[in-house]
Design a protein around this ligand. Structure first.
Ligand SMILES: *Cc1c(COP(=O)(O)O)cnc(C)c1O
Length: 373
């Protein structure tokens, strides 16, 4: 699905120099690379504060902790996301309100949010899924109107930009109180291990988040809050510092691959291709996810497997059907799109090293499957 080795080979010299200097310095925890990376990422995103942490799940949890919600407060989010998004809501004793998705974008259906608002609704947590930014103007309007906080789960869309009609072009993850991301190796900006970060333009929330990520200590051994231990590792920060310089090129490569896939698959009637947004910069193609009609998804998967082609199913089970989260409050009727899509989606290999030759091989194999049927 990704080719981290080829990508590494292109930057190996830079990486080795950075790693060597960390090894020689012994500054393994909070070494200079961490604040350097936070600084250059904040410039890249044009956001005031970037706070590194141990992974994308912690970033979400720290954001929620910093916002000081009360137990039972309701957080609106999508039913079609990686479980981390709702896991942290439950862990903090908050209540996730799951909403179905928009069939055109795979993102939360903005027309369905209003019907879920109660006097306990405190926040909305949009997830920019597969690299595509949610319609943030509608979300910022809604938040303003109903006094909601926005936490953007930007684990899959770092580097995407959104053209907000009033605020201008903004990086995904910088339009709410908090944005969070993950540097899991397979993400668009991936480290060589775990990593994550939070973004905010609010000085006091930034201070709070930084303190919480460090055991709630504002000064050493003075604990003001119950916090966590969540640091961005120095070696990972060094990798990210180097890779951030290449992120726009990586994204451009993904865009070209998405166009190529579209060109080669657009005449197969049983495949629904992902939509391109009106503005290129609003999609960074973390995944290229097609939908297979007529119940043939798993058969196609089997066929690809036999041809040695990797694929992913993101996500096979909607959250409301997961054993861990099942509840009487969720019923199948609330989630027709998520239910249907979870049986249809199939993500094809997508990464910055993908060649047109590989795309041809993959799409030929898909074509062969549908011709044979
Ligand atoms: C990857 C991911 C996370 C979690 O990130 P980790 O670094 O693996 O903890 C959270 N939300 C979404 C949407 C993700 O894709």
């Amino acid at each position: 699905m990704v080719d981290l080795i080829t990508q590494y080979q292109a930057i190996s010299k830079e990486i080795k120099i950075e790693f060597d200097s960390i090894l020689e310095s012994g500054a393994f925890i909070n070494g200079p690379a961490v604040s350097q990376f936070e600084q250059i990422l904040s410039e890249y995103l044009e956001v005031k504060h970037v706070i590194g942490c141990a992974n994308g799940t912690d970033a979400l949890q720290i954001a929620l902790m910093a916002l000081n919600f009360d137990p039972g407060d309701e957080i609106i989010t999508t039913n079609f996301t990686f479980a981390a998004t709702v896991e942290v809501i439950y862990l903090l004793g908050l209540k996730p309100i799951l909403v179905d998705i928009d069939p055109n974008t795979f993102n939360i259906d903005l027309t369905k949010i209003k019907e879920h608002l109660t006097d306990k609704t405190k926040a909305i947590m949009p997830v920019h899924l597969f690299g595509r930014v949610c319609q943030m103007d509608k979300i910022t309007d809604l938040a303003k109107e109903h006094d909601l906080v926005i936490i953007e789960d930007n684990a899959q869309s770092i580097g995407a930009r959104y053209n907000h009609p009033r605020l201008g072009q903004k990086a995904a993850g910088t339009l709410g109180e908090f944005g969070t991301t993950s540097f899991f190796p397979a993400k668009n900006l991936g480290a060589y291990g775990d990593g994550g970060a939070l973004f905010t333009n609010d000085d006091s929330l930034a201070r709070q988040a930084r303190t919480i990520a460090n055991h709630g200590m504002s000064r050493r051994y003075y604990h003001d809050y119950i916090g966590v231990n969540s640091r961005l590792d120095t070696f990972q920060a060094a990798v990210l510092k180097i890779k951030l310089n290449h992120l726009d090129t990586y994204i451009q490569k993904r865009r070209e691959s998405a166009i190529e896939y579209g060109n080669l698959l657009n005449d197969i009637p049983e495949i629904i291709l992902p939509n391109f947004p009106k503005q290129d910069e609003e999609h960074v193609w973390h995944q290229y996810t097609i939908r297979i009609l007529n119940g043939k998804r798993d058969q196609l998967g089997q066929h690809l497997k036999l041809s040695g082609i990797p694929y992913g199913i993101y996500y096979p089970i909607p959250l409301h059907k997961q054993k861990a989260y099942m509840s009487e409050e969720f019923s199948d009727e609330q989630f027709p799109i998520t239910n249907t899509f979870s049986k249809q989606v199939l993500s094809l290999p997508m990464h910055s090293e993908l060649t047109n030759q590989q795309i041809k091989f993959i799409t030929d194999s898909i074509r062969e499957f549908f011709l044979r049927k």
